[in-house]
Design a protein around this ligand. Structure first.
Ligand SMILES: Cc1cc2nc3c(=O)[nH]c(=O)nc-3n(C[C@H](O)[C@H](O)[C@H](O)COP(=O)(O)O)c2cc1C
Length: 262
């Protein structure tokens, strides 16, 4: 089955998940959602989306990308929603987006990996991170078998209370996300290396007088703060104390070139 997997990733968890999933599928092409030329899916019989959960739903740029994507009728659609333990209603949201287009989301898996959401603290103890990587590896391998067979799988979701409470927050914040970069700042360790400028998928950062400036077109992927080699980018007051995170098997180069091995 000719398959295209589109991924979006701030700190490599979704890129790693997409690469692992691709290893279990034949005739697969892995494409970053950001590429302008990605919008045509050609003769793909299966199309998959791999992306992080943001604020208990689908990230804004992922919604915008999927809405613009051309999809063949009856294409087999699948997804991995990569999260830190609260997938909430994300995959139901995607199923609805597909239904509106007359398509079916055949399988939607929740993949739990360490958190990159630094305002909640760091990624957690090393042991917990390790068990999340191991569990995710098993689950993605199983998901690949389901998808390779073109079978229907689960559409995974969080508990009802989570879907009710957090979906309201998702809806409230959706239009505000681009402004949430007001809490970013850089400390005296900044050496003007411009990694933040290169890694930002929204091209929202520029250096002014050698220091990053955010232009309120933020996607909140947190790539800038998490990939800063000097750990000089901060978010609010507490981040200086929090450990930085990116997936250990994904490098900065992988993120910039969209390549690498699992
Ligand atoms: C703005 C933002 C919001 C997030 N919201 C959630 C959430 O609602 N539920 C959850 O489980 N994880 C949440 N996370 C954590 C990420 O989904 C998780 O760490 C994911 O693996 C990151 O994937 P990536 O490295 O591909 O960007 C959030 C992260 C960010 C940056």
């Amino acid at each position: 089955m000719k398959t295209v997997i589109f991924y979006y990733s701030g700190t490599g968890n979704s890129l790693w998940s997409a690469r692992l999933l691709a290893q279990g599928l034949a005739e697969v092409s892995l494409r970053p959602m950001k590429k302008a030329d990605a919008l045509a899916t050609g003769d793909a019989e299966a199309v998959g989306f791999v992306f992080p959960v943001h604020v208990w739903g689908i990230p804004v740029p992922v919604v915008q990308f999927i809405e613009k994507l051309s999809l063949r009728p009856r294409v087999y659609v699948f997804a991995l929603a990569v999260n830190a333990g609260q997938v909430s209603r994300t995959l139901i949201q995607l199923r609805k987006m597909m239904t509106r287009r007359g398509l079916k989301l055949a399988a939607g898996f929740s993949i739990v990996l360490p958190s990159n959401y630094i305002p909640w603290g760091g990624p957690g103890p090393a042991e917990r991170q390790k068990s999340r990587f191991e569990n995710a590896r098993v689950k993605i391998t199983e998901a690949a078998a389901c998808i390779a067979g073109g079978r229907d799988g689960p559409i995974e979701k969080g508990p009802l209370w989570q879907r009710i409470v957090f979906t309201a927050i998702y809806k409230m914040t959706f239009k505000q996300i681009h402004k949430m970069d007001k809490d970013f700042w850089s400390d005296d360790n900044c050496n003007s290396c411009a990694v933040c400028v290169q890694i930002c998928p929204a091209k929202n950062i520029e250096l002014k007088a050698g220091k990053p400036v955010w232009h309120h077109n933020c996607e909140q992927c947190l790539a800038c703060i998490q990939w800063c080699p000097q750990e000089s980018i901060q978010f609010g007051k507490k981040s200086p104390a929090y450990e930085r995170y990116h997936h250990p098997q994904v490098s900065l180069q992988d993120m910039l070139t969209h390549e690498g091995e699992n």
